[in-house]
Design a protein around this ligand. Structure first.
Ligand code: FES
Ligand SMILES: [Fe+2]
Length: 439
């Protein structure tokens, strides 16, 4: 049960909020590197409720700062990106990527440019993504050793997608194992599937049992179902502080994959997905007769990006068109939800809850233990930081993230699920070397 007060603490991310301050301790994936061209137009970037601009200077460095010019607050979005700095079009003051005022041509000498600073944040590029640290510069932690984020862009598929709701309800879709057999697979009949299609186990047993526990990086669950020949089918998933998930949709040894639910503000979220190109997708989307399973489309259908604060990576289907729901397909049960495409199905249900879920209306069930535990973990970490200055997981020890992986595997029945996980991780493929990358 989440109270109204806890719901507010969990979902508000602006400056000075308990969760906002927690998130400002971490590196945040904010934009694709390809969105910024040297000397190109600045990008409007909404992050944790702050209106920022990002730009790439002539030398290729990235700057991220408050969009308001420190002179008289004209938006630097309108600025001229020229010769290693962004020049405000109002009175010509110019700022470098660190926010230093490097030119003040509207003021007769002696000017005071060395005394003026734009509010700039620390930014780095890794894995084809621009990452921002929105806290005090001196507090920027080392880069998190999330395995997929340590890989070069050339080995990754990077996807962004905007969602019109709070980050928490969006993220919780990824750690809610019992929805898969309904929202995504409710229309699938096990007898239609080939012997080796793993979806068979999901649709034969739509109420999986699972273990859940806190882990060094956040929380972990392990769902288990009986498989053939006395084996057990395990599906592991993680929540990583403060807004990351790893889902079980891939073969564990190859599943180098990470998903972020980055709060743009309290009611808009940017999904950022980094996925190793060597991973092996789990779900066989073909029936045994060779025809495609309906409803299992992948990929995003985007609207064109605009320069609006909320103009980036919007999906075509949204509340205004009922997320493209096809009532005939729903009625005939060719697609359980009536909505094609797995990501759109998740998008529809989480956006349909409203901009910020009213948590007092929920009835959490035993199948929601992972959701409840993750909320508690987030709240405890955020309150410990606020009340005692305790640094949250992964800040002092960014290497803890390297131990987290989602995915599925089979074993003979065994009792200690954490031991099984450790064994599987020991023999897993590790394309990114563990390292202390400089922040
Ligand atoms: S408001 Fe930017 S230079 Fe005056
Ligand atoms: Fe889902």
């Amino acid at each position: 049960m989440t109270t109204a007060a806890e719901g507010a603490e969990l979902t508000r991310v602006g400056p000075g909020t308990v969760m906002g301050e927690l998130m400002r301790r971490y590196w945040i994936p904010a934009a694709m590197s390809s969105e910024l061209k040297a000397d190109g137009a600045p990008l409007r970037l909404m992050l944790l409720g702050e209106k920022l601009i990002a730009f790439r200077d002539s030398a290729g460095r990235v700057g991220v700062m408050d969009h308001r010019c420190p002179h008289r607050c004209a938006s630097l979005f309108l600025g001229r990106n020229e010769e290693n700095g962004l020049r405000c079009i109002y009175h010509g003051w110019k700022f470098d990527v660190a926010g230093n005022c490097v030119d003040m041509p509207s003021v007769p000498p002696p000017d005071f440019k060395q005394k003026v600073k734009a509010k700039a944040y620390h930014a780095v590029e890794r894995a084809g993504v621009v990452w921002v640290h929105m806290g005090e510069k001196a507090e920027a932690p080392p880069f998190p050793e999330i395995e997929a984020a340590l890989l070069p862009e050339s080995e990754l598929t990077v996807i962004f997608g905007q969602r019109s709701c709070n980050y928490l309800q969006a993220m919780e879709g990824d750690i809610d194992t019992s929805h898969f057999g309904f929202l995504h697979g409710g229309h699938v009949d096990a007898s239609e599937l080939a012997e080796d299609n793993l979806l068979r186990y999901t649709v034969q047993n739509r109420a999986p049992e699972y273990y859940v526990a806190d882990s060094e990086w956040g929380t972990t669950y392990a769902a288990y179902r009986p498989a053939d020949d006395g084996q057990t089918y395990w599906r592991f998933a993680n929540f990583l502080m403060p807004f990351w998930t790893q889902t079980p949709q891939g073969e564990f040894p190859y599943q180098v994959d990470i998903r972020a639910w980055v709060p743009m503000d309290d009611t808009h979220t940017m999904f950022v997905h980094l996925s190793w190109n060597g991973r092996k997708r789990a779900i066989g989307t073909v029936k045994k007769d060779g025809s495609a399973l309906s409803g299992f489309g992948f990929g995003h259908r985007y609207l064109p990006n605009t320069t609006d604060w909320y103009g980036r990576w919007r999906l075509r289907d949204n509340e205004a068109n009922d997320w493209g729901i096809d009532r005939a397909a729903q009625h005939a049960n060719t697609i359980y939800s009536g909505i094609d495409n797995i990501h759109m199905q998740d998008q529809a249900v989480t956006e349909s809850m409203g901009a910020i879920t009213d948590h007092t209306l929920e009835h959490l069930a035993p199948s929601d233990r992972m959701v409840a535990r993750t909320r508690r973990r987030l709240l405890q970490a955020a309150r410990a930081l606020r009340d005692r200055g305790t640094l949250p997981p992964g800040i002092e020890h960014p290497e803890v993230f390297y131990g987290s992986r989602g995915g599925f595997f089979f074993t003979q029945p065994r009792t200690d699920w954490r031991e099984l996980y450790a064994e599987q991780l020991r023999v897993a493929v590790r394309p990114a070397e563990k390292k202390q990358a400089a922040g």
